[in-house]
Structure formats: C-alpha cells, structure tokens
Design a protein around this ligand. Structure first.
Ligand code: HEM
Length: 409
C-alpha cells in the first residue's frame, strides 16, 4: 500500500485513474482491488483529465461521510473546481451543478425539500404503477417482437424507467419519449446538453400549468400542493430531481440483471430451476455491481481525515458504492449468503438515501420479468466479452445488449 501521504494535496498525485474509465472497464471490481492495495479504503482519482477527487471505497468509511453533512456539504459551491462546471464541454455539470432541490441541500434545508419527495413517493399506488410499467414494457417489446433480434439497452432498458416515472407525474408516452431524448442530451456535454435542459424546462412548464388548471391524482399535483415547496421553481426542480436521479441507475439495474442472466450460465440456470427468485437476482446485481456505482458524497468544509488520508477543505469526496458492497470486511463470495440480505449500500445511506427503493424495484423487476416471459429462446447475439460498458462517471452499465429470440408471447 502506498504510504500515507498526509502532507500531499490531491493536486500532488500523478498518473491517477480516470473514474469514467474504471466504470467502462470490463471488470471494475478488479480496478477497485488494485486501488485498495495501492491506497487503502480511499484513493485519489480523476473525474476528468486534470480534475482530481477522492474515491471512498470502504463500507464503513462511506457511512462516515454520507452521514456527516456538517463536514461534507452537498453543494459544489464549496468545491475548489467549481468553475469546471461552467465549461460547456464538461460532463460533470449535469449532475454536479447545484440546483434548488434536495440533492444539493444540507441539514434543515434538505429536510424541507426532501419531505415532498418522501410524501409523493409514499403516496404512489403500487398496483397502478405496476400495471402502467407492465403496459409500457409490453408496448416496447411489441415494437421489435417480430424482428427476432433487438438491442435490449437502446430499444428497451433506456426507455422503461423514464416512461414509467413520467407516468407518476401525469406525463403520457409521447411526451415521455421527448423527455427521454432531452434527458439523454442533458447528460451529455456540448451544445446538446443546453438544448436538452431547455426541452425539459418547456415540458415541465406546460405540465405544471395544465395541473394548476386541472389537478390530478399524481405527483405533479402532490408537489404543487405541498407546503414545503415555496414556489414553482422548487416544484419544477423537485420534479427534475425525481426524473433524473434514478434514471441511469434504473437503466443499469435492468440491463445488468439481463446481462447476468444471459451471460452467466450458473446464474441463469439457478433462476430457471427456481432456486433463485427474480428479486434475489436483482439483489445479487445490487451486491455484485451497484447500478449507481459512484455518487458525490460532498465537498469538505474543513480539513479532515478519512482512513488515514488527509482531506483538505474544498476537496470533492466521491462515494463508490460498487466498491463498498464488495469490501472484503463485509462481503462474502458465497452468493447464498447474499440472498435475502439487503445490507448493501447500493441505495446510499444517511439523509440522502434513495427515497425510491420500492418503486424503482417495481420498475426493474417488471422490466426484467417481461423480457424473460415474453421473448422465447432468448440468447445473446454476440459473445459475452464483446459487451462493453458505458463511459460514465456515475453508472456501470452495458452500452448495448444485442439479443436473438425465436418468437414472442
Ligand atoms: C425510479 C427510480 C428512482 C428514483 C425516482 C430515484 C430518486 C432518487 C432521489 C430523488 C434521490 C435524492 C434524494 C436526496 O438527495 O435526498 C436519490 C438518491 C439515491 N438513489 Fe435513487 N432513485 C431511483 C432509482 C435508484 C436506483 C435503481 C438506485 C441504485 C440501485 C438508486 C440509488 C440512489 C443512491 C445511491 C442515492 C443516494 C445518493 C446520495 O447519497 O447522494 N436510485 N434517488
């Protein structure tokens, strides 16, 4: 292990790995192992070339950071590299630029902005959202069912979460497609990113106006009526947060589970033989390859120390849930021990823990189940090692999942 470097600032380290390349690599877990050997439970990495940050990989250390918002602020206004977010070519801006919603808030302000999310999500009718998600999955499968082949990422996994979550707000399928395209643009760098943001704002402005004129039993009306949201901007940003926060992670959860079933014969046969239920399979993915691989833990408000490493005021601290779940101090390689065990950190921990664990599981479960039950003799159309991962700072997710099938139900 590299000796502790108390006197070295983040900027003093050279040759650091780029985090999006770790997520893109065929075996991110092997990279975490190497980083652990070199640095221990927290390693210096780069978010983009020349932009360093700390990556916390230890299970206990992640809990230490995620539960301490007095020391680690969620607002990038406290980041030494805040100006990077003004660069239109930077891919960091979409998820790191502070906005008026819970994700970037701390303490009492976070509690105020979080309450409408918890109330709105708790009030969702699970039977209704299951039915809606199932209808969406069937409609999508119908678009390629006669072709005998499909890309289960581009033609399916990318669309299921957005079209489903859009329904929670009263956004129909056609507008849901427009929203999906706009969100994909907003996540990218360059001029498209701004165009994506403008389309999202236009869709939300119309949505809020129509709900003011004609209230409905959905999350848009729930947010508009909530005492804790003070104005239309906070309502709009809270809707954006729910739409965007789990988007990539839910795509990754569906796509990773399908990949595991299609590429790991032991896994597929345990599922077909009834020794593993679909929820167990989804949990195994949460343990083995956390869909939300990394998130911003915060920006240090004062000098401090984590796992013996000196963190300076203004440093960005990223939380690597994907590494924490395989932390040898908490994880066993025996898959049977993972069954029924949900102590993984894939949904985060502390005040910002994912508020959508139940509804996102409904989307992921129905997303995977509908493919497995409707497409007959489903097989991967390319060798497993030709499936590459996305170049993404946040998620580990297959870029495409080409499949063949003999017919459909
Ligand atoms: C429909 C799907 C989803 C929605 C609407 C959703 C929504 C949200 C929201 C609004 C937050 C921010 C909460 C806050 O800052 O107080 C959040 C946080 C989080 N979500 Fe989800 N989520 C979804 C799916 C997922 C999935 C599938 C995963 C991973 C398996 C995930 C992992 C996380 C994590 C790790 C955090 C905590 C981030 C942190 O500490 O900063 N989410 N989610």
């Amino acid at each position: 292990m590299t000796p502790l470097s108390r006197d070295r600032a983040l900027e003093d380290f050279t040759g650091l790995v780029l985090l999006p390349e770790v997520n893109q690599s065929p075996d991110p877990q092997a990279v975490y192992d190497r980083l652990r050997k070199q640095w221990g439970e927290i390693a210096p990495v780069q978010l983009e070339p020349g932009i360093p940050a700390w990556l916390v990989m230890g299970y206990r250390e992640i809990i230490q950071v995620a539960r301490n918002d007095r020391l680690f602020s969620r607002s990038a206004a406290n980041w030494r590299y805040f100006d990077t977010l003004q660069n239109p070519e930077s891919t960091l801006a979409a998820l790191m630029t502070p906005r008026d919603h819970a994700y970037y808030a701390n303490g009492d302000e976070h509690r105020r902005l979080r309450a409408p999310l918890d109330d709105g999500l708790d009030a969702l009718d699970e039977h209704r959202i299951s039915r809606e998600t199932q209808a969406i999955c069937r409609e999508l499968i119908a678009t390629f069912a006669d072709h005998g082949e499909a890309d289960l990422v581009a033609e399916y996994a990318v669309l299921v979460p957005m079209l489903s979550v859009a329904r929670w707000f009263g956004i129909g399928t056609d507008e849901g497609y427009r929203l999906t395209e706009a969100v994909l643009w907003a996540f990218s760098a360059g001029p498209q990113s701004q165009k994506g943001v403008e389309i999202i704002i236009e869709i939300l402005t119309n949505l809020m106006q129509s709900h003011k004129d004609d209230p409905a039993d959905d999350m848009t009306t729930s947010f508009l009526r909530h005492d804790d949201l003070r104005n239309d901007i906070e309502v709009a940003f809270s809707i954006i947060l729910v739409i965007m926060a789990g988007y990539q992670a839910t795509i990754a959860w569906i796509a990773q589970t399908l990949r595991l079933i299609l590429t790991d014969p032991r896994f597929g046969s345990r599922l077909r033989g009834g020794r593993l239920g679909l929820d167990d399979a989804l949990d195994e993915v949460l343990w083995r390859q956390s869909p939300a691989a990394n998130m911003v833990g915060g920006y240090a408000l004062a000098d401090t120390e984590i796992a013996g490493q000196r963190i300076r005021k203004g440093d960005a601290v990223f939380l690597c849930y994907a590494a924490a779940n395989t932390d040898p101090r908490v994880h066993s390689d025996d898959p049977w021990l993972a069954i029924g065990n949900r102590a993984h950190l894939s949904f985060g921990t502390g005040p910002h823990v994912c508020p959508a664990q139940r509804p996102s599981r409904i989307i992921a479960r129905i997303g995977v189940e509908t493919v497995l039950t409707r497409l007959h003799d489903l097989k991967l159309a390319v060798p497993a090692d030709e499936i590459t991962n996305l170049h993404s700072l946040w998620a580990v997710s297959p870029e495409s999942l080409p499949v063949r099938f003999s017919g459909s139900a």
